[in-house]
Design a protein around this ligand. Structure first.
Ligand code: ATP
Ligand code: MG
Ligand code: FE
Length: 350
C-alpha cells in the first residue's frame, strides 16, 4: 500500500511516503533553531512552526515520491506521545486530508514508529536485512529514553523501562547549557569530548533511587548525573580552577553511553533476545554508537542502527508503521481519536 505519514510530536515537522516497506520520500522541517535561545523545545513555538511548515513539507514529500494525494491508499499520523499542541497540528491536518480524500486514516504511536523505521532500511546497509522479532529497542531522544521489547511491531510491544526524570537527550542539552555550550547540546558535547579523557571524572551511573521506587526493571535516571556534573563544575570554579571541558564532556558522555548500553544489553541477555535496535536523536552520539557496537559484539547481540535521517523524528517511520497496520489487515482508526500526549507504548494504534 502507498501510505503517507505525518509526524508533529515534537519540533520536527515530518512527512514521508512509503510503498509497503519501500521508502519513497522523507521530508523534515525542524524548528530546532527557534528553540535554541530557550535551551529546549518550547511547545507553543513548536506548534506554530508545525502550522507553517506542514503544507509545504507535505507538498515536497509528495513531489519527491512522485505521487499525488489521490494515489494514497492510507494516511498515518502520530497521535502520541508528544507535545499536545504539536500533535494536534498533525492530527488535525491528517483528519482533514482523510475526510477530503476519503482515505483510511491510522493514528499511530510515535515510539513504535521509531522501531518501524528500521523496516525501511532493509538491504540498504550491505547484506544486513531489517531486524527480526523479537527485538529489544532502545529509543533515546530529547523527549524519551525507553527500552522496549518488541515481539511483533503491530501487535505486541512491551515497555521494559523508561526514564523516571530527564530523557538522555535532555541531559545532554542541560549539561551543555551549564558548560556554556549552545542548544542542542548533544552534538556540542560530542565535539567538545574529542581528545578528552572519559575516565577523568567518575560521574554516577544509573538509578540512585531505592529499588522499590523503580516502576520497571530497566528504568533510567539522568537528573542525578546532570546534578553531579553541575556540582563538579561549581566546585572547580569555586576553587579557581579552569574547567577541563574536553574531560568533563568525555566523562559525562561516557556515563550516559555506559548506562544506556548496560541496561539495553542486560535486557537482551536476561530475556534471551539477541537483537538490539537503536533509535532517536541521541543515537547520533559517537560514543553511544561505538559502545553499542563493542558491547553487542561481546555479547553476541545483533545490532541495528538505522541511518540518522530515520533515527530522528520523521514522517517516513510513521508511514512505515501505517503500512504495516494496513498489511496486517487492521481497521482504520476512524476520526474519533485525538492527540494523546501520554499514549502508552502498548497502544500501537490509537
Ligand atoms: P522526541 O523525544 O519526541 O523523539 P526530540 O526532538 O527530542 O523528540 P530527536 O529530534 O530525535 O528528538 O533528538 C534530539 C535530541 O538528540 C536532542 O536532545 C539532542 O541534544 C540529542 N542529540 C543530537 N545529536 C546528539 C549527539 N551527537 N549526542 C548526544 N545527543 C544528541
Ligand atoms: Mg527533534
Ligand atoms: Fe521521537
Amino acid at each position: 500500500p502507498l501510505v503517507l505519514g505525518i509526524e508533529t510530536s515534537c519540533d520536527e515537522t515530518g512527512v514521508g511516503v512509503v510503498r509497503g516497506t519501500t521508502l519513497l520520500s522523507n521530508v523534515i522541517a525542524s524548528s530546532m533553531e527557534e528553540h535554541a535561545r530557550y535551551g529546549g523545545v518550547v511547545p507553543e513555538v513548536a506548534a506554530r512552526a508545525h502550522l507553517e511548515a506542514l503544507a509545504p513539507t507535505l507538498r515536497r514529500a509528495l513531489d519527491e515520491a512522485g505521487v499525488t494525494l489521490d494515489d494514497l491508499d492510507a494516511i498515518a499520523v502520530t497521535s502520541g506521545p508528544g507535545l499536545a499542541g504539536a500533535l494536534m497540528v498533525g492530527v488535525g491536518a491528517a483528519k482533514a486530508l482523510a475526510v477530503s480524500l476519503d482515505t483510511p486514516l491510522y493514528a499511530v504511536n510515535h515510539l513504535v514508529g521509531h522501531v518501524g523505521a528500521d523496516i525501511l532500511t532493509d538491504g540498504t546497509s550491505g547484506a544486513d536485512a531489517a531486524i527480526e522479532y523479537p527485538t529489544v529497542a532502545l529509543l533515546v531522544s530529547g523527549g524519551h529514553t525507553s527500552l522496549l521489547l518488541v515481539r511483533d511491531l503491530v501487535d505486541d510491544v512491551e515497555l521494559l523501562g523508561e526514564t523516571i526524570d530527564d530523557a538522555a537527550g535532555e541531559a545532554f542539552d542541560k549539561v551543555a547549557r551549564l558548560l556554556g555550550l549552545p542548544y542542542p547540546g548533544g552534538p556540542e558535547i560530542d565535539r567538545a569530548a574529542v581528545g578528552g579523557d572519559p575516565t577523568a571524572i567518575r560521574f554516577p551511573r544509573g538509578l540512585s533511587l531505592p529499588k522499590d521506587m523503580i516502576k520497571h526493571r530497566y528504568d533510567f535516571s539522568f537528573s542525578g548525573l546532570k546534578t553531579a556534573v553541575a556540582r563538579w563544575v561549581e566546585r572547580e570554579r569555586d576553587e579557581g580552577r579552569e574547567i577541563p571541558l574536553a574531560d568533563v564532556a568525555a566523562s559525562f558522555r561516557e556515563a550516559v553511553a555506559d548506562v544506556l548500553l548496560t541496561k539495553a544489553v542486560a535486557a537482551c541477555t536476561d530475556l534471551g533476545v539477541p537483537r538490539l535496535l537503536l533509535g532517536g536523536g541521541v543515537v547520533a552520539n559517537a560514543r553511544v554508537r561505538e559502545l553499542a557496537a563493542e558491547r553487542c559484539a561481546a555479547a553476541g547481540i545483533r545490532l541495528r542502527i538505522p541511518p540518522l535521517s530515520l533515527c530522528t523524528d520523521n514522517g517516513a517511520m510513521i508511514a512505515a508503521l501505517g503500512a504495516q497496520l494496513v498489511m496486517a489487515g487492521r481497521s482504520p482508526s476512524g476520526l474519533g481519536f485525538g492527540a494523546d500526549s501520554t499514549l502508552p507504548v502498548t497502544s500501537i494504534q490509537a
